[in-house]
Design a protein around this ligand. Structure first.
Ligand SMILES: [Zn+2]
Length: 79
């Protein structure tokens, strides 16, 4: 007998942010994550303005990072 079927994504956990380790939902990973549904950033460590431009997919967004630009967090008036 030929043995065990190996899952295509063995024990890959896409339920946490790669940056800060916070829990992210499947929905978040699919919408904002990269092409393997991995969230590089999340709502805990990045601003929505950056997430919506691809920061969670690993894209280098031009908007200042709230972690490295104190005082800008939540200050985006970008609509
Ligand atoms: Zn995070």
């Amino acid at each position: 007998m030929v043995g065990v079927t190996v899952a295509p994504w063995p024990s890959v956990d896409n339920s946490t942010c790669k940056h800060c380790g916070a829990h992210v939902t499947d929905h978040f990973s699919r919408v904002f994550g990269d092409n393997r549904n991995r969230a590089h950033r999340c709502g805990d460590c990045d601003s929505y303005a950056r997430l919506s431009r691809g920061s969670a997919a690993g894209v280098d967004v031009s908007i200042p990072d709230p972690e490295t630009s104190p005082g800008r967090h939540g200050g985006e008036t970008d609509v």
